[in-house]
Every structure is written in C-alpha cells, then in structure tokens.
Write a protein that binds this ligand. Structure first.
Ligand code: ADP
Ligand code: ZN
Length: 811
C-alpha cells in the first residue's frame, strides 16, 4: 500500500500538495513537523506536514527528501486558525504560513547559510556539523541546496539545523536583514599592561596627555571588560582619547552579542487595587469564565482599562494559562509595555518584527512547550499566528485601530477579528478595549454578539478635558493669527507654560507642507511614476513621492509656466514645530513623527524626555494618539483638523472622531482640568460638534444612518478586488470582464473605478467593489468568487494583470 503526506508549502498555492512516503515515514510523521520536499524542476522547500493518508492523488506524487523535526512546530488549533484566515480572507494557506512562521524555520534551497563566531571554544557538535561550520568559515556562504556537496550526512538539513540551534551559523537574510543581532563593543586593558610596573611606566609617559592618562586610570579601575558606550559616559572620557589608546594597543576592543530582551531580575511590583467601577468591569468579564465570550470594554480615556487588563492577566497567569496581549504597533506602545513589564516581566515576552530571527524562533519554541517565561505574549498583528498551547485570555488594546488590518500583502487579515476567532477556538475570553470603539464592534455589542462593559468615569473621578473649537476663518478675518496659531491657542499655550504644565500639539501630517503649488497657474508637481502630488520636504529641499522613491529638488521656477517661487500649501508637523520654537523660545520643544523616530530608540527617547519634563511641548502626528499616559499634560492643541475630515472614504468620519478623541484624551490625566483646543476652517462640521460634546452616541447614530443608506459595513460586507497592470487599456478590459462576471452572480457590484491614487510605480490600478449581505454566510459567495477568479486566471490576455482580493477592506 502506498503512503502519502499532504504538506503546505510556503508558496501561493491553492491547496496542500501530496508527496509519497515510506511506511516507516508514515508511522513517524505527525502533522506540524517540517519536511523537505522537492518542488518544481530543481527547488526544495521546507514544508509543513498537515496530514498522512493512503488516498492516491490524481497526479504522480514525488517522494519527500527529508524529515527535519521530531516534534510538531505547529499545533492543531493553530492549523485550524490559519485555515480560517485563509478561507475568510481568500488567501492561499501557504501565504498564511509564510506570515506566521519565522523565516529561519522555512529554509528554502536558495537560502544562504553564513558562518558565525562561536561564543565558546569547547563545542560539542557532531563531526558533520563541525565540518560544515569550518567550511563556512573559509568560504563566504553556502546555499542550502549545496550543503550536500560538503557533508556526507544522510540528511544534510539535520546538520544545518544543528548549527542553527547552536547559533554557529545563520541564514543570510538574518545577518544582512534590517535588524542584525545586537552587538556591543567592550573594552579592556591589554594583557601586557596588567603588570603593575608596565602600567606605571605607561602612566608616566602619558604625563603630557592628561585626557589619555585619565582615561587609562578609569580603565584600570574597571576590572572586567566594560561596554564602550558605558565607558564614554564614565567621568566624561572622550571618544578620541579612547580611540588613541586603542590605536596604541593599550586597550583591546572585543565584540559581543548582547541580549535584546531586558532580563527582569528585581521583584515584580504588586497591582494597584481596582476602583469600584473597575472592579465591576473586571467581574463582569470574569463572570463569563465558564462560557467565555468576546467583551467590548468601552471605557473613556484614562478610566483605567489597562488596570482592568492587568488584573485579568494576573488571574489568567495564576491559573497557569497563556495570555495574548495585542497592540496596534509595538514601537508606539513602549509606555504600555513598560507598565506590563513592571508587573509581569518574568512571564512576559514581546514578539516583535524587529527582533532577530533566532529570538523569534526562541519565543515560538518556548510557547509550544508552554514555558513560563513566555506566558504573556505582547505583540502586534502577527502575534495572533503564534503556536499557543494553552491560551486563557486575549486582550486587544486600542481595538479600534486600523493598524490591526494588514492591507499591503496577503494574508490581508484583521488581527482583531482573527483574535476573536482564536479566542473561540481556545475557549478563552477576548477583551476588545477602546475609548472610541469601531462602529462594527459597537454594533456587535448592541446586538448581543459581544458583551458590553463600560467605564464612564476617569480614575478618581478626574474630569474629562473640555473641548473648544476655534474657527480659523474668523480668526484670519479678524487678523487674530500668528502663523498657524490663533490668538486663543497662543494664549492657552502661554498660560499652560506659565503654570509649568505640558502641551501636546497635533497635526496629522509629517514633513513641512504637503505640496507646492504655483501661485500663477496653480500647477502642482506630480510624481512621474504615480498619479500623486509630490510632498515637500524642507529639510532636504526636495519634493518626494510617498508611494515610490521618486525625489526631485524643489525648482525655483514653476515647471509649467515659469513663474518664480512656487508656494507651499498644507501644513506639516515640521512647520508647526518651527513656528512654536519661534513663538515660545524659552520652551523645550520636540517633534514626534516618522521622521524623528526612525532610529530604534528614537521614539522611546522622546517619550522619556517628555515624561521627565525635559520638554514642555511635543508636536506630533497620530503617533501621539496612541495610548500615551503623561501626567503633566493639561493642554492639547489640534492645529488644523480639516485634513482629517476630508478623506474620500466611508470610514473617514469615524476615523477622524476616533483620532481626535484619542489625542484629546491625553489631556488632564492626573487630576488637573485638561483643555483641548481644536482649530479648523469648518467648526460646524458634525464630527467636530460631536467631538466637542464627547458624544460617541451621536457620532454612532449619524454614521449608522449613513452607512445603512449607502450600504456599507456594518450593514453590508465589502470585498475589494484590486487590479494592476502597466497598460491602462488591458487593465480596463480585464477589470471590466471581472466586474461583469461578478454581476452575473451578485446584485451589488461597483466599478471598476480608479482609487484616489490611480497609478503607482507606473502600474495603473482599478478597483471593483462587491457588497454582500452582512447577515448571511459568505461561504457560498466565496466559492462563486473563486470560480470567477479561476476563469479570470485562464484568460491569456489578462495573465499579466495582478489581482488582489481584500476582504473587509479598511480604506
Ligand atoms: P486607560 O487604559 O483607560 O487609558 P489607564 O489604565 O492608563 O487608563 O489609567 C489612567 C491613569 O490612572 C494611569 O496613570 C493609571 O496608573 C491610573 N489608574 C487607573 N486606575 C487606577 C487604580 N485602580 N489604581 C491606581 N492608579 C490607577
Ligand atoms: Zn511615485
């Protein structure tokens, strides 16, 4: 009897692939282990076994090449969850696999292996491993496919895995990837100077070089090698004197790999007792323990949602179960992570795309084994794909955030929704927290799909900030403006500074101005590859495209009509910062946006400086809206709300409300009455009026009414089909074909239509939108769509047209 195994390859294939195995392999292979299989003419991939069986497939099955693992890397529940993602978001399972598994575990034949230095000299590795490792030391790199040429092992992948496990080799992506292992240079005194008389002689000879002498004396006091960075800080030794002593051979520098995860050694602090309202929310969620469900924790800003989460986490950890804590973006949640770390440090791991592959693999394996130091996983989106073995709670913090939806590449999943499904599979409660819930979540709560729990008061009864609207049209007419600030805003800033309080100024656009426009003819320079205006960057004096890498210097004359001095239009954070510095020269001012936080710790440093009151005013983009908790802020200023309100998207108003409410929520968090000033050219805009009254319900009612009228979520489900091609004619025809094919099956099809940016990197883009009833299963429609897609892919003329499906698109 022949035996077979079905595997998922990390490739966009519609189905698992079947391979032939021997009876012994059949007995050995369990779902979730990796196998190396041949695919295509020459390639080999590490693939995941999903099932073994004896059904002869319709095609001639090849044999597997090797078995890599003895124990599964993926759990059955995890498979089921991935399968749900693949089905719901209409994406090949192989791409879910790729998104989920650290690439180091998905070796491919082209994967290049490189040599790493051994951390210790006495190594206990197999002869074959040693042979390969030595070989790698002498030649730069070996592709995985050629490993067999260097070692005679039966299963060369085992040898590779052994070296990877010992951190003696790495994959090239890892080493040359964006985030190389963290290294530290350490300094020590040269061996020959450890004899006292030599040292004294050297010190004497340095008499005339005071700085070097002092530096050397400092080093003598350090017994162990010290980190170079730490040494610079020590008693103000200069880089140049250290360098001189290095050049003279007095100091020796060695490089060490250091642990990125801060190791928690001190005792964990106890949790604060909950207030009555918080306790009530906590109990409501706990109450459902027997029959776990999804909870929407709708609590105003600074009501203590985080405190409630922490008590829930503590209970769950106590019970020996795992917790998944999802955040929209790791880099922007440093403050929250510190807070969690303070209480749960010993049991907590952060799963982060910036961590190295080996760190990710460590977390992966530790989770599988239900190790206690990874009982609490804090992570963004992709953490929902990890191998939880014993999940007892999922928290989705700031659950309204759009960053939870992946939209660039498949799988285009929404981590909030994937978390709800994951919770159900594990019978674990899911808590969606927010001060401005998404309309979908709120609707689910009012319809009884989710349990609604509210916190209506700030901690200790602190007042919510007052929100005032400032009409920029009037202010300009009455000449009550200084640059971008109205007199009212200026006065508020001055008063706040006089009180010694801090200020946050929000402008949702980075850079300087959005674009330049000719004063005479109105011409706006466009990208040559994309249908989009170029953005002005004053720092580099360039116009840049934010969709491709195109950049051009700012011309002194309009390229269309030749008039001198094009004028900049729109307002960015950089300009706001410059004006604040000019108007309030005595204040400490800094800016927080993607331009100023590029470095690994840039964001953290800014937050620390603001928290330590080294800064009075922080100017920033939506980065500022995310869960920051600063006690000293009593004024929040929104410089120009208008750009937020004028987005051509059915979610624009909901989003503007959420963003403004969140940024307003940064004011007055520790007792002082907070004040929020919102400048706008359109102060009668319904969203601003709803914001002023902090009236979520009014926003909800108005939006629901519009969404129902125009057939949008939560009343309908959306599915978007995106087509791309370099010829507009071909694209148009292809998208038309697809839209008509859909129309033959479904009543509600829109398009094809051009998105706001209709050409990106010389590829034209068209969208077709399908609306489906929200109250019916999508299984049957999806099967129909797959048939249409399949037919589409058979048409030779459209072969080069790229089709991407986005289920529940957010923009
Ligand atoms: P949210 O997550 O709802 O924005 P936080 O949990 O950040 O609110 O609480 C706001 C502030 O109030 C924080 O500084 C927090 O430490 C404090 N706070 C809230 N609840 C308590 C409590 N029960 N005991 C002590 N401090 C609390
Ligand atoms: Zn471009």
């Amino acid at each position: 009897m022949p035996f077979f195994v079905d595997v998922i390859l990390p490739l966009p294939l519609p189905k698992p692939f079947t391979y032939q195995i021997t009876e012994a392999e059949y007995a050995f292979i369990t779902p979730g282990i990796r196998l190396v299989v041949p695919f295509g003419k020459k390639k080999k991939y590490a693939a995941l076994a999903v099932d073994t069986h004896t059904h002869v497939p319709a095609y001639e099955a090849k044999s597997i090449a090797y078995i890599i693992d003895e124990h599964p890397l993926v759990t059955p529940k995890q498979f089921k969850h991935w399968q749900w993602i693949a089905d719901y978001y209409m994406c090949p399972l192989g791409l879910v696999l790729r998104a989920a598994v650290p690439s180091m575990l998905l070796l491919e034949s082209e994967t290049e292996l490189v040599h790493l230095q051994a951390p210790v000299s006495s190594l206990r590795i197999s002869d074959n491993a040693r042979l390969l490792w030595d070989k790698l030391a002498s030649i730069e790199k070996i592709p995985l496919a050629q490993v067999g040429d260097y070692v005679t092992a039966q299963n060369p992948y085992k040898v590779v895995q052994e070296l990877l496990d010992h951190k003696l080799i790495a994959t090239r992506e890892e080493v040359y990837g964006r985030y190389a292992p963290k290294e530290e240079v350490r300094l020590s005194l040269a061996q020959h100077l450890r004899k006292e008389e030599r040292l004294m002689a050297l010190l004497d000879s340095l008499e005339k070089f005071e700085a070097q002498r002092l530096t050397l004396l400092q080093m003598v006091q350090q017994k162990l090698p010290v980190s170079r960075v730490a040494f610079y800080k020590l008693a103000g030794v200069s880089k140049s004197s250290v360098q001189t002593l290095l050049n003279k051979g007095v100091f020796i520098a060695t490089t060490h790999q250091v642990d990125r995860l801060p190791i928690k050694t001190e005792a964990e602090s106890p949790l604060s007792p909950l207030t009555q309202a918080q306790q009530h929310a906590f109990e409501q969620i706990q109450h459902h323990k027997q029959n776990p469900t999804t909870h929407l924790l709708y609590g105003v800003t600074a009501s203590g949602k985080t405190e409630v989460y922490m008590h829930l986490i503590a209970e769950t950890l106590q019970a020996g179960k795992q917790v998944l804590f999802l955040v929209p973006e790791i880099a922007l949640t440093a403050q929250l992570i510190q807070r969690l770390h303070l209480h749960f440090g010993k049991k907590m791991a952060v799963y982060h795309s910036r961590y190295s592959q080996s760190e990710r693999v460590e977390v992966w394996n530790a989770l599988l084994e239900n190790k206690s130091h990874v009982q609490l996983i804090v992570g963004a989106r992709s953490a929902v794909l990890l191998p939880f073995s014993n999940l007892g709670l999922i928290v989705v913090d700031e659950s309204h955030e759009y960053a939870y939806k992946q939209f660039e590449a498949a799988p285009r999943y929404h981590a909030r929704d994937a978390a709800v499904v994951l919770g159900r599979m594990h019978k674990a409660p899911v808590v969606l927290g927010s001060a401005s819930p998404s309309i979908e979540s709120y609707q689910n709560a009012t319809q009884g799909k989710y349990q609604l729990t509210t916190l209506t008061q700030r901690f200790k009864g602190f007042q919510l900030p007052t929100i005032e609207l400032i009409d920029l049209k009037t202010a300009q007419k009455k000449k009550q403006m200084q640059g971008v600030f109205s007199t009212a805003m200026m006065e508020a800033i001055a008063e706040t500074l006089a009180k010694g309080d801090q200020i946050i100024l929000f402008q949702n656009r980075r850079g300087y101005a959005s674009f330049v426009s000719c004063m005479a003819c109105g011409h706006v320079p466009q990208c040559t590859n994309c249908d989009v205006s170029l953005t002005y960057h004053s720092h580099s004096q360039q116009l840049k495209c934010h969709y491709c890498d195109y950049a051009t210097p700012v011309h002194s004359h309009c390229t269309a009509c030749g008039t001198a001095q094009p004028r900049s239009i729109g307002l960015g954070t950089q300009q706001v910062e410059e004006e604040v510095v000019k108007l309030f020269p005595q204040a400490g001012v800094a800016r927080m946006d993607t331009d100023t936080t590029r470095g690994k710790h840039g964001h953290q440093q800014l937050i620390d400086r603001f928290q330590n009151r080294e800064l009075d005013i922080l100017v920033g983009t939506q980065m500022l809206t995310k869960g920051l908790d600063f006690g000293g802020v009593s004024l929040v200023g929104v410089v120009q709300a208008d750009s937020l309100l004028n987005f051509p998207n059915f979610r624009a108003h909901e989003r503007a409300f959420q963003m403004l409410l969140q940024v307003a929520g940064r004011a007055g968090r520790s007792g002082q009455q907070g004040r929020v000033l919102v400048q706008s050219f359109d102060t009668n805009h319904p969203i601003l009026v709803q914001l002023q009254n902090a009236d979520y319900n009014a926003m909800l009612t108005a939006q629901l009414q519009q969404r129902s009228q125009f057939k949008y979520p939560p009343f309908q489900r959306l599915m978007r089909f995106e087509f791309k091609h370099k010829s507009f004619a071909v694209l148009q025809e292809a998208a038309q074909w697809f839209a008509s094919a859909l129309r033959a099956n479904f009543p509600d099809v829109l398009g094809p239509q051009s998105p706001p940016v209709g050409r990106i990197r010389n590829q034209y883009v068209l969208h077709v939108l399908l609306k489906l009833p929200a109250d019916k299963s999508t299984a049957a429609p999806k099967a129909q769509i797959m048939r249409v897609t399949h037919r589409f892919e058979q048409i030779a003329a459209y072969r080069a047209v790229r089709l991407q499906i986005d289920v529940d698109p957010i923009q």
